[in-house]
Design a protein around this ligand. Structure first.
Ligand SMILES: Cc1ncc(COP(=O)(O)O)c(C=O)c1O
Length: 454
């Protein structure tokens, strides 16, 4: 059994409910605060439909049934496969057993459709006709385009202008699935027009694009906003992956991880993988399990950012959240892992870090690409630059095992392929990539602008 390479669930064994960690947390999450009044609040109603808001704040039900309409679409690519990385182990000459669960086989190429499909469904059910969202390099925008396409919802995606111009392929994918993708800042919103007036060449940022998408949703009754990470309901929808993995590890591979590694931008793929396992740490049955969140050295939210109140976006429209943050005004250096360039972190992950159930490691860009190439040359998969952060940390742990002789079981959350990131690999392979140092001064400056909460 141990020599098997692939572990595959039958479609009929797909989990039928998501796992909600909130009732199992030893301490509840602090409530969001309203961006204007600073009072405790739920998600702003004009932005999100009721059912999504209820999931966000559900502290009672451990299991949330997945609607049949969502299951139906999930079945078009789920379950995804768990692999044992025999060739990588051999290359590293390590006694560690390395497993990875590959989410790159969804139609959009990453874990993001796990929540995109669910969010499109709940909005459709509530009678919503249009959604708005932002996207950096285009992974989330393309995933939501896919979800909206299946549920016949119009979608407008504000794509960070520099990526819109430099990376045309994902926006073509969005268009193919029927979405309207425009560069941000744009002339379509007040925020966009103001920014363009001050700086017509502004390259855009995720914080600006979130502001534009929220403004448009606030202004139109039939429109809601959708976020691809950070929030509790997004992590919840991604637990389908961790649940599949837990079943495959324990029932098919006769294994249980000593270490789980996932990369973190806002935290949705890593948490989707580890939340069903963290449960075993909280109830004391697996006290030695280590869970490591991998992030870029240049945007080290968990390893360097304080746990405090901050806005989710530059414009200060999103709820104020208690989370690890580098400051909402902080614009991270342009590393190729665009999906990890976010100033904040999921409140659930920040909370679990504080309580000591998860840890974090920061890794520099060049080392992540080196890990990506090692993985491509052993396991064959060209990984998204975001995912290579998890690969780097997983490989580092396997190399430690080589030193100590321990045969630890390492599970890596593999969040997506890098087929649209070839220019980044080209730059790495032709020695044109650099590391970005931790921008300490810029973070200090951004942390001076945190909201004050009594
Ligand atoms: C492939 C991939 N992995 C990881 C991430 C990071 O997001 P999250 O932390 O929400 O999983 C992204 C975000 O765009 C992504 O595209």
């Amino acid at each position: 059994m141990a020599e098997r390479t692939k572990f595959i669930l039958d479609e009929k064994d797909l989990p039928t409910a998501w796992y909600n960690i909130q009732p199992d947390l030893p301490e509840p999450l602090p409530p969001y605060r309203h961006p204007a009044t600073k009072e405790p609040t739920r998600l702003p109603p004009p932005l999100f439909v009721e059912e999504i808001d209820n999931q966000e704040h559900n502290t009672k039900d451990q299991w949330i049934e997945i609607p049949e309409e969502v299951m139906n679409v999930y079945r078009s690519w789920r379950p995804t496969t768990l692999f044992r990385a025999h060739r990588l182990e051999k290359k590293l000459d390590t006694p560690a057993k390395i497993f990875y669960k590959y989410e790159g086989t969804s139609q959009a190429g990453s874990h993001k459709p796990n929540t995109a499909v669910a969010q499109a469904y709940y909005n459709k059910k509530a009678g919503i006709k249009r959604l708005t969202t932002e996207t950096g390099a285009g992974q989330w925008g393309s995933a939501l385009s896919l979800g909206c396409n299946f549920f016949d919802i119009e979608l407008k995606v504000y794509m960070v202008k520099v990526s819109f111009e430099q990376k045309p392929y994902r926006r073509i994918l969005m268009k193919a699935w029927g979405a309207n993708c425009i560069p941000s800042p744009s002339q379509d919103t007040k925020i966009g027009r103001k920014i363009l007036e001050d700086d017509p060449e502004c390259p855009g940022s995720l914080g600006i694009a979130i502001g534009e998408a929220c403004e448009e949703a606030f202004a139109n009754d039939d429109t809601r906003y959708s976020l691809g990470s950070v929030l509790n309901h997004v992590l919840l929808h991604n637990t389908i992956n961790g649940l599949e993995t837990k079943k495959l590890m324990t029932e098919y591979a006769d294994a249980y991880p000593d270490i789980i590694v996932g990369c973190v931008g806002g935290g949705s793929n890593a948490a989707g993988m580890f939340l069903p396992f963290v449960k075993d740490k909280i109830d004391g049955s697996k006290p030695d399990l280590r869970i490591i969140c991998a992030e870029p050295t240049s945007c080290p939210t968990l390893t360097k950012g304080p746990l405090t109140w901050d806005y989710g976006d530059v414009a200060g429209m999103a709820p104020i959240t208690f989370m690890n943050t580098l400051g909402h005004n902080f614009i991270p250096p342009p590393v190729h892992a665009g999906g990890l360039r976010y100033h904040g972190m999921a409140p659930i992950i920040s909370h679990l870090l504080k309580l000591g159930f998860v840890e974090a490691a920061a890794v520099p860009q060049l080392e992540t690409f080196e890990a990506g190439i090692t993985f491509a040359r052993t396991e064959g998969i060209l990984s998204a630059p975001e995912t290579t952060h998890a690969l780097r940390v997983g490989i580092n742990e396997a190399l430690k095992c080589r030193e100590t002789g321990e045969a630890k079981t390492i599970l890596i959350a593999h969040s997506g392929h890098g087929h649209f990131d070839l220019s980044a690999y080209d730059a790495y392979l032709s020695d044109k990539l650099d590391n970005y140092e931790y921008p300490e001064g810029k973070v200090k400056e951004a942390l001076d602008h945190l909201p004050s909460i009594g």
